[in-house]
Design a protein around this ligand. Structure first.
Ligand SMILES: C[S@@+](CC[C@H](N)C(=O)[O-])C[C@H]1O[C@@H](n2cnc3c(N)ncnc32)[C@H](O)[C@@H]1O
Length: 277
């Protein structure tokens, strides 16, 4: 068991924390930008408002918030990874557009957030990493003004697939599901949002929006390789990773990506929102 614990980030986050993973998070943010913009617009985020992004990572959603709240608005992030949060804050402030802050903290242990309560409290691809997502939503509710809105956008991995079937995708699923299940993470976070909103005292969502993509595998192969490599250490800790298999996976996925016949159905990004009474 001791060897297992060593392989995980101290806060239990299953993905790597390195330059390659930070780049992957930025690429992923670009991929889902329009889905997030659609939700921010649906909930009426506008000039002068204040918002909070929980698990803000590279700050891509904070930029989309700033585009809407403008120079009189405030955009705050909470990020447990201090280096990632500091870089995001520097990038955001360099471009400007709103008043930015990033709080370096474990959101589940934070009581007071400077600037709370907010008009909008938001998270993306965050609850799926939480062993207690309802506790995280309860905090988000606590940090939101009466009349403000709580929003979450989370992946649902129920449909992810490559067609025609290919061995590289089977290996991806083996490792990915092994790490997520092995560390008590949630592969169905998206579809569980309504029940989790209700359990957190928010009530059922006012609205939901789901988006998936169906893309040539050549456009997804590097992302899938990046996810696999970023989970490798956590998988090693669980005894389900193998360097030879990892090399073979990379070769097979690159070959399938350049083959041209394969298409990838991505995870579904499911958004849900609720106005606070
Ligand atoms: C998959 S990334 C998503 C980043 C960003 N929300 C996005 O969609 O681009 C999850 C982020 O949550 C952060 N995180 C994980 N657990 C956290 C916690 N307990 N408190 C604050 N941040 C956390 C991670 O460090 C990482 O940056």
């Amino acid at each position: 068991m001791a060897a297992k614990a060593q392989k995980l980030n101290p806060d239990g986050y299953v993905h790597a924390r390195d330059v390659a993973e930070y780049r992957r998070l930025r690429d992923q943010a670009l991929m889902w930008q329009s889905a997030t913009e659609a939700v921010l617009d649906r909930v009426g985020l506008k000039s002068g408002m204040s918002c909070l992004d929980v698990g803000s990572g590279p700050g891509a959603v904070m930029r989309l918030m700033a585009d809407r709240v403008g120079p009189t608005g405030r955009v705050t992030g909470i990020e447990i990874d201090g280096a990632l949060g500091a870089q995001a804050l520097a990038d955001l402030r360099a471009k400007g557009g709103a008043a930015f802050e990033v709080v370096e903290a474990d959101a589940l242990k934070l009581d007071q957030v400077p600037g709370a309560p907010f008009d909008l409290t938001y998270c993306r691809l965050f609850l799926m990493h939480m062993q207690e997502p309802v506790a995280a939503l309860e905090r988000m509710l606590f940090w939101t003004k009466p009349g403000g809105t709580v929003v979450a956008q989370e992946f649902d991995f129920g449909a992810i697939a490559v067609e025609p079937l290919c061995p590289a995708m089977a290996e991806f699923n083996r490792l990915f599901e092994g790490v997520f299940r092995g560390h008590g993470r949630n592969l169905r976070a998206g579809r569980q949002l309504p029940a989790q909103f209700e359990a957190a005292g928010l009530g059922l969502p006012d609205g939901t929006l789901a988006e998936a993509k169906f893309l040539p595998l050549k456009d997804m192969a590097q992302m899938l390789i990046g996810v696999y490599q970023g989970l490798f250490d956590a998988a090693t800790g669980l005894g389900i990773a193998d360097a030879t298999k990892a090399e073979q996976f990379k070769t097979d996925m690159e070959e399938a990506g350049s083959d041209g016949r394969y298409y990838c159905l991505t995870p579904i990004l499911i958004g849900a929102w609720k106005r606070v009474a």
